[in-house]
Structure formats: C-alpha cells, structure tokens
Design a protein around this ligand. Structure first.
Ligand code: 2X7
Ligand code: FE2
Length: 319
C-alpha cells in the first residue's frame, strides 16, 4: 500500500495536545458496508446512519486546523487478562478475520505504530500503579476493534497509531476498580501526549448499549431486520448521548458503572472511560455525528474538540 509521508514528527519544546477525542464504535458490519479495497467481503451497503456519521467526523477532522500526527485507539476486542498492553512493534501487516463474522470482515491491514509514545504511556501508567506491558510479537493478529475504528476514521492509514488493549478488570474485579484504572490510564495518556509535542487523535472503540441478536439474516445488510433490541437499551443510549452533548463528561464517567450493568454495555472494556479521563472530563459539548443500531447494539459517533476556537457543535434543541 502506498502511504502519504508522515505529517511531522516530534517537535521538541512544543507541548503536545489532544486535537479531538472521539467515540468510534467498531462493528465490522460498518467496514463491510463501505466495501473498502482492504476487506475481502462485498456488500450492498447498510447501516447508513452510522456510516454518514463517520463521513461527517472525517470531514470535521479534515479541516486544516485539526491536523494530527498520531491516532491512539483503545479497543474492546484486544482483551488482556493481566494489565494494559500496548502495540510495541513499528509496523504490522497481515490479515485480520473477525472470529464471529468471518463472512463480513477479512481485512488486510498494513500500518505503522508510534512505539515511542506507546512506551511512554506504559511507563507513566506503571508509575501510577497500573500493570502495563509492551506487546512485541511482530506476527500478532490485530483485532477488528482496533482496525475498524481506525479504518472508519482514517481509511488511508497515513498516520501511525498507538494501540491499547482492554484489560478485563471490570469483569475480574468490579466496575469501580475498572473506572479507577481507566482514570489512571487516561491521565497517563494525556501526560505522555503533552510531553511528546505531538498532536493526537483519540478513539474509544466501543458501542454503548450492547444487547444483540443471535441470528443473522440471510442478507446481513438487510435493514428491515435492524432495530434496537429493547426499549431500556434505547433509553440508556439516549441518556449517554445527552450527557455528552450537554458537556457533562464527569457525570457520564460517573454513571458508566450503572450503564454497564443495565445496558449490558461494551463500555465495560474501559474505552469510553479512558477517553473521558484523557480529555480531563470535558465540561464542553460533544458533537454527535451519527447514531444507529448494528444487530441491535447502540452505536454513536461522537467528537469532543478541546479547542473552543475550532469546536463546531450543533445546538441541542430537542430534549
Ligand atoms: O463487536 C461488535 C460490536 N461491538 C457490535 C455489533 C456487532 C458486532 O460486533
Ligand atoms: Fe464490539
């Protein structure tokens, strides 16, 4: 694959910053529906409301003032039992097949990793009491949560990434222990970005409500089958989106343990908590770019821009 030259490398002396933090769900169906050249499966489209959301997010990030050097992604489908792991090899190239949906997602990936930044986050996380580890296996099969989120935001892969695993601490200990660890990991991430001098784009790769169908239609992209599974799941999705749009980042973080339990949410992977912590619990509104269900799960594309000069947010007029 031909790549554009890197935007720029570390600028010594300049403080790094987060250009945007985004909730970027990764159902493999969204990549399948886009028919990119990297994916072997072909589709007739589908899930347009979410894919239009990604189109709007890409458009927002394409503004000249929003250029970034590196993408950091936290994924639910790279699960680690002991500690928080980081991709630690400069380049990965292989095929990733979704274990549940091999009919939809067989993706040829080929991308660079910002190992230096990953190592610094791991170091700072360890100093805050977290177990952290660099993943040095060059043949590692990158998970579809990492790939789908990065692809949908930046399909050319012309920027290096920092890939962060999902430590199963919410499941092995409790939601509260999970939240504490993600608070620490988010702070370590922010501090490392600032020290690096780089402009960073952060992606939290999880769905919100996550109760899903157990039978696939004959045509997976047949949208006559697609809807929320249960009214309570919809109410939680709308509540979480409302808090984000109202600039209530701390309340959203604090309510995630309830959301996880009551909406069987994939937020138990810690992605959204990590993001909110790295953004220092935004008290400014997020832009909602799109929302929709995939096999019944609730998926919102949200963007927080910490810079008031570049922030563009649609006013919330509906309750
Ligand atoms: O991993 C997923 C997901 N989070 C939501 C919907 C469909 C498939 O896979
Ligand atoms: Fe998932």
């Amino acid at each position: 694959m031909t790549r554009k030259p890197r935007a720029r490398t570390t600028t010594k002396g300049e403080r790094g910053r987060i250009v945007a933090g985004c909730l970027t769900p990764h159902p493999p169906h969204l990549v399948y529906a886009d028919n990119p050249k990297q994916n072997e499966a072909r589709s007739e489209g589908g899930w347009e409301t979410i894919r239009w959301g990604y189109e709007r997010l890409r458009h927002s990030l394409a503004r000249a003032t929003r250029d970034y050097d590196v993408i950091l992604v936290h994924s639910p489908h790279w699960r680690t039992r002991v500690g928080h792991h980081f991709l630690g090899v400069p380049h990965f190239k292989s095929l990733s097949v979704d274990p549940i949906f091999p009919n939809l997602f067989r993706y040829n990936f080929d991308f660079d990793v910002d190992v230096e930044l990953a190592e610094d986050i791991a170091r700072r996380g360890a100093k805050k009491g977290l177990t952290t580890k660099m993943m040095r296996n060059p043949d590692y099969r990158i998970d579809y949560g990492t790939i789908a989120a990065c692809h949908l935001v930046n399909p050319t892969w012309d920027k290096p990434i920092v890939g962060i695993s999902s430590c199963r601490v919410y499941n092995d200990y409790s939601n509260e222990v999970g939240q504490e660890q993600m608070r620490a990991l988010g702070a370590a991430t922010r501090e490392a970005i600032e020290a690096s001098g780089k402009r960073a784009l952060l992606l939290a790769s999880n769905s919100i409500s996550h109760r899903h169908f157990t039978r696939e239609p004959n045509v997976p992209e047949d949208m006559s089958h697609e809807h929320i599974y249960h009214h309570g799941q919809h109410l939680w999705d709308m509540h979480a989106i409302g808090l984000a749009r109202d600039g209530k980042g701390r309340q959203l973080f604090d309510e995630l343990p309830d959301l996880i339990d009551q909406a069987t949410s994939e937020a138990d992977a810690g992605c959204l908590s990590w993001l909110l912590s790295a953004l220092d619990f935004p008290n400014y509104p997020a832009e909602l770019h799109g929302y929709g269900t995939v096999i019944g799960t609730g998926n919102a594309v949200l963007e927080w821009d910490p810079n008031p000069k570049t922030r563009q947010v649609t006013p919330r007029l509906m309750t």
